[in-house]
Design a protein around this ligand. Sequence first.
Ligand code: ADP
Ligand code: G6P
Length: 456
Amino acid sequence: MSRLVAVSNRVAAPTGAKSAGGLAVGILSALRAQGGIWFGWSGKTTESEPGETKRTKSGGIEFVTVDLNAADFDGYYNGFSNNALWPLFHFMLGYFSFSRSQYSAYCRVNEFLARRLGRILEPDDLIWVHDYHLLPLGGALREAGATQPIGFFLHVPFPNFDVLRTLPCYTQILRSLAAYDVVGFQTDRDLWSFQDCLTQPEIGGRVRDDGRIDVFDRTFRAEVFPIGIDVDECQRVAAENFQSKQVKRLGESLKGRKLIIGVDRLDYSKGLELRFRGFQTLLEAYPAVRGQVVYMQIAPPTRTGVRAYDRIREDLEKAAGNINGLYAEMDWIPIRYLNRGYSRELLMAILRRAMVGLVTPIRDGMNLVAKEYVASQDPKSPGIPVLSTLCGAAKELTEAVLVNPYDRQGVADGLQRAIEMPLGERRAKHSAMLMKLRRNDIHRWSERFIDALSAS
Ligand code: ADP
Ligand code: G6P
């Protein structure tokens, strides 16, 4: 069997980083089952030329990481990746900015990573590159002479052509994706947008009947591989930690009130301020729930070097303070807002404790928290997710209470429906969703991708 080499900007520490995001959680689960190498950024920057790669083995995975030059890192990660590609790919042009020097740093870092990766590759490796930080990596590896199959999976949405062409270098971005043998997306919509971009007259690509794409003098496959979770692990961890001291304390503090939970990185794409306001509308429109529910939002800071992320933190603190100021009683605070990460064990058990999982991103490639919330529930008395229609998970979890995150009243009505849902309906919905999660779990995701790559 070929060796799997997964490549991503973010590499989870062998012990499992707190709140590292869906990409790290997904790759870690896939590599645990398959074994292989995980190559990427060490999480450190250096003022001088980065030193040698560091190699650590743990649980059948070899972690190979490298530091990045501080100045290049700023343009590559804070700049082009997170000020241009992230907002653009999430259809949020208000946050988008572009600079040629940041794009140059982005390309330089990709070339640097390709050189470092090239040193450890073996001829029959399968190389699987992940996410928007590394779009040009496949092309850079090819230029350096790599002949192994190279696949790319995009964890975030792919924008339609009218949005993509906001980016001055959009043709280079499309060209860089054509250097791979397999390009994977989360949903049909992302694939359609990609195909639509490549078949624009000015690009001149063609999609064959079997789905292969001819463009920029290359032929490659582009397919949908929706990412899943490790359902058994999630269920087990949630159940095992349910009786922990912290979860018991949380339960006692609720004093019989129903818990609504939100768990997200503190990212503007997660729609947190709108979510707070939707909860406020619930309190306004359904006064009987006042004092009967608690909404706990866990949101650890992320990408703190990017200005938009600092701003959202301030906005949310204001919104939570404002809503609590309006509605709190001496013995009840409606919103508990926690700005920190938690261990996976505790997090899964907290999800199990909540009667409603409030997951309302304004755009999200998939959203693993929605899937984890469903998997972590007690099947005898499961809670229900209130889920945004604008995330990939909504395509699969159609039994969730689906809401448009921009519609405050709709979010409030959805919450009320979930809070009041009879046990029989909750059970039926939960078992239907769980079946889908099992059919398309994290193992199936990586097997399908690796099969497609091996066959390319
Ligand atoms: P994203 O990848 O955009 O962060 P996802 O919902 O797809 O969103 O994935 C987030 C992952 O990070 C999930 O596996 C979730 O359990 C984990 N996570 C999110 N917030 C925290 C937190 N506060 N502490 C620990 N893990 C977290
Ligand atoms: C999302 C992205 C990942 C990223 C994660 C955490 O899941 O798709 O590529 O790793 O967010 O963000 P960070 O910038 O901390 O790596």
